[in-house]
Design a protein around this ligand. Structure first.
Ligand SMILES: C[S@@+](CC[C@H](N)C(=O)[O-])C[C@H]1O[C@@H](n2cnc3c(N)ncnc32)[C@H](O)[C@@H]1O
Length: 400
């Protein structure tokens, strides 16, 4: 496909996404219906779509849709065409080279499309690609750093690997990745983190990955595990284990007995193959099988994901105030539910991939009020300015 044909495809896909469909699903079904498109075409189209989702408001503004993110009083949701016009204007591309009479090109520009506003005239939330109601949540936590943090979420997130220290040193892992032409450099956020600088799309097929020398894991997520008081022999419960990313990272830190639990056991189905690749043991358990006296319980709670919107941009536009309130209630419930699982003198860890105080420090303060038998040992907010996704971690001790 020509570059222009890829843009036409992105316009078609974005129209469906703006009509309410999930981007991943539309991309998959587009790929099935257009078998002639090669892997490079699909990757380029995917990049166009996800770039547009990260920069939805600014592209909508530049494309003539007034920074809207959905149908509203002042007009309809942006079209795929408007978003791609915005994308091209954001890089000062000559629109006539794309929108013209050529075969596979989107139709030439209309008179209105030749006279569109500059981004400097847009409100701050539009320039920063942030829903209006969410911007104050960032400002309250990040202050002067808000604009720089939001600028990070407008760009593609780097791909990070965690080197499995049970299997290789960083240098050995870099050499192993090099066999598959993947280049990666160390990263200050975590001692086992490598940032992929070349060949990211080849990681999942590489020998280093398939033999468990490296795992895909954000550097911020790794930094959370670095902060935990883990030591050989400890019994650890990963209470919201999902696919087990944090269980696996903990298993590489010390000789632990790890139990993974999730309210949705189907989410844990990848843990066994991932653990086997990594050469570690992780038990999975349902609620009734959990013990009462773990040395450390990790609650990696469901959250808004506001720290990882560069990676999952559609979530930024779908989050509603009511959903955020539901999430904060669920987080408090999960913390309360975990309390009896922690032994006296043991640690309870609360983590989110959110930057908002309502999900982090407010949650911690409310927990300490409800549970004076715990004290806060440390907490840390990691933002995209540290290089990875945004995360928050708090470590409580259950007083003896
Ligand atoms: C942020 S994700 C976990 C990600 C995972 N720890 C990782 O590192 O890959 C949150 C998980 O919490 C689970 N969850 C939601 N409510 C829960 C509850 N009441 N008890 C346990 N797990 C719950 C969800 O199913 C989801 O898999």
């Amino acid at each position: 496909m020509t570059p222009v044909a890829r843009i036409s495809a992105a316009i078609e896909i974005l129209d469906q996404v703006m009509a309410g469909e999930a981007a991943e699903r539309v991309l998959t079904s587009w790929g099935r219906g257009h078998r002639f498109a090669g892997s490079k075409d699909r990757a380029a189209i995917r990049d166009h779509v996800f770039d547009a989702l990260r920069c939805l408001r600014s592209y909508a503004w530049l494309g003539g849709a007034g920074g809207r993110i959905a149908d509203g009083d002042d007009g309809p949701a942006p079209t795929g065409r408007q978003l791609m016009i915005g994308a091209l204007r954001s890089t000062d591309t000559d629109l006539g080279t794309v929108f013209n009479e050529d075969r596979f090109a989107p139709a030439p520009l209309s008179t209105e499309e030749l006279d569109l506003p500059d981004l400097a005239q847009a409100p701050r939330a539009v320039q920063l690609d942030c829903p209006d109601w969410i911007l104050p949540l960032y400002d309250a936590v990040l202050g002067d750093d808000t604009d720089a943090v939001l600028a990070c979420t407008q760009r593609r997130a780097p791909v990070f690997l965690r080197v499995n220290s049970n299997k290789a040193t960083l240098t050995q892992a870099q050499d192993a990745l090099g066999v598959d032409a993947i280049e990666a450099i160390t990263h200050p956020l975590s001692p086992c983190a490598l940032e992929v600088t070349q060949g990211a799309r080849a990681v999942a097929r590489s020998q280093a990955y398939l033999t468990g020398v490296v795992e895909l894991q954000d550097a911020g997520s790794q930094a959370i595990i670095d902060a935990l008081p883990l030591a050989d022999g400890m019994h650890v419960l990963d209470y919201c284990a999902g696919g087990g990313g944090k269980s696996l990272a903990m298993a590489a830190k010390a000789d632990l007995s790890i139990t993974a639990h999730d309210i949705d056991p189907a989410r844990m189905q990848d843990i066994a193959p991932r653990a086997s690749r990594a050469g570690v043991q992780i038990k999975t358990a349902r609620m009734n099988d959990l013990e009462a006296n773990y040395d450390l319980v990790l609650c990696d709670a469901p959250c808004s994901g506001s720290g990882s919107w560069a990676r999952a941009p559609q979530a930024k536009w779908l989050l509603q105030d009511t959903r955020l309130q539901d999430l904060t209630q669920l987080q408090a419930h999960i913390l309360d539910e975990s309390v009896p699982r922690v032994r006296s003198g043991g640690s309870l860890v609360y983590a989110t991939c959110s930057l908002f105080a309502v999900e982090n420090t407010d949650q911690v303060a409310a927990f300490l009020t409800r549970h004076p038998e715990f004290s806060l040992k440390m907490d840390r907010l990691i933002t995209p300015l540290d290089g990875g996704d945004g995360f928050y971690v708090a470590v409580f001790t259950k007083n003896s």
